[in-house]
Design a protein around this ligand. Structure first.
Ligand code: A3P
Length: 307
């Protein structure tokens, strides 16, 4: 029997990244079946880096004609962004092995999410003109956010994950879809080679200037905001609709669930930059900073730990 514990639980090294056995099945189905359309929008992230936020923003921007952001019946007011922008790896290709999704009723642009690294995406995504939005976050805040989230949603038979254990798993690269530096570099390098295909974003930059980034999303997705839209306050309405403060207080996010067992409320914690200072010792910060410096060396990708 396999040992039950955080270090050994479920994780397999598959196609050069770590994932759970159930994900291997859905990722394989996705790779063999998914046919991208040029109009598709894919939101890609390493877990706990701002996925929920970017999904909401992309949905609101891309669908602003169909669903004006200030309307009382906007879908983001009654559905969690993971329901509107489903994950390939859990929802779309989840379930039984012989079950394949039917996309015939999906309205364009189709929006999907994924944690799968760039090199393991379905080939049609890489080959088509569809757009990819990637967001990452400084690793110390991501480790912290993951650690708290994992303990909230863990199966009952697993012991509480200590911060030290979570930290060491990150440093070893052994986390879902990790190593995280490979994940970030895969999308980073491709965004440099094909800037029209991948928009590489950082959580901290969005927090610093969300107005600029909402505009940028419009431009990148081929639907720039017109002067008239700007004058009507559309950008501000989108920012407000997708804000942490608004989303956290929605009934669907206070009491709803997503996937099979995750409660939406666990997706919203503090949304702060640098909360890690309250948790990590100086030696931990030094260790992870050194690892990242070494792994990202020469790539041009770096993170400020505090803003
Ligand atoms: P914290 O745990 O630091 O609070 P993901 O969506 O990838 O799971 O990332 C989760 C992190 O994003 C959590 O960070 C969460 O609080 C934050 N978050 C969720 N919704 C957000 C929003 N609308 N705006 C900004 N941050 C958000």
């Amino acid at each position: 029997p396999r040992e039950r514990g955080w270090r050994t639980r479920y994780l397999y090294f598959f196609q050069d990244f770590w994932c759970q056995s159930t994900e291997i099945q859905s990722i394989t189905k996705f790779q063999n079946h998914f046919q991208a359309k040029d109009t598709d929008i894919i939101i890609a992230t390493i877990p706990k880096s701002g996925t929920t936020w970017l999904k909401a923003l992309a949905f609101a921007v891309a669908n602003r004609c169909r669903f004006p952001p200030s309307k009382k019946n906007h879908p983001l007011l009654t559905s969690n962004s993971h329901a509107l922008v489903p994950f390939f790896d859990y929802t779309v290709y989840g379930g039984r092995f012989d079950h394949l999704p039917d996309f015939s009723n999906m309205v364009e642009p189709r929006l999907f999410g994924t944690h799968i690294p760039y090199h393991a995406l379905a080939k049609s995504i890489q080959d088509s003109k569809c757009k990819i939005l990637y967001i990452c976050r400084n690793t110390l805040d991501t480790v912290l956010s993951s650690w708290i989230f994992l303990n909230k949603v863990k199966p009952e038979d697993l012991p509480t994950l200590t911060l030290e254990e979570a930290f060491e798993m990150y440093c070893d690269g052994k986390i879902g879809y990790g190593p995280s530096w490979n994940h970030m570099l895969g999308y980073w390098n491709e965004s440099k080679a094909r800037p029209e295909k991948i928009l590489f974003l950082k959580y901290e930059d969005l927090k610093k200037d969300i107005n600029f980034h909402v505009k940028k999303l419009g431009e990148f997705l081929g639907c720039p905001f017109t002067i008239e839209e700007e004058n009507k306050g559309l950008i501000e309405s989108i920012i407000k609709l997708c804000s942490f403060e608004n989303m956290k207080e929605l009934e669907v996010n206070k009491s709803g669930t997503f996937g099979s067992n995750f409660e939406n409320k666990y997706l919203f914690r503090k949304a702060e930059i640098g909360d890690w200072v309250n948790y990590f010792s100086p030696s931990m910060v030094e260790k992870l900073s050194k690892i990242l410096q070494e792994k990202l060396n020469g790539s041009g990708l770096s993170f400020e730990l505090l803003y």
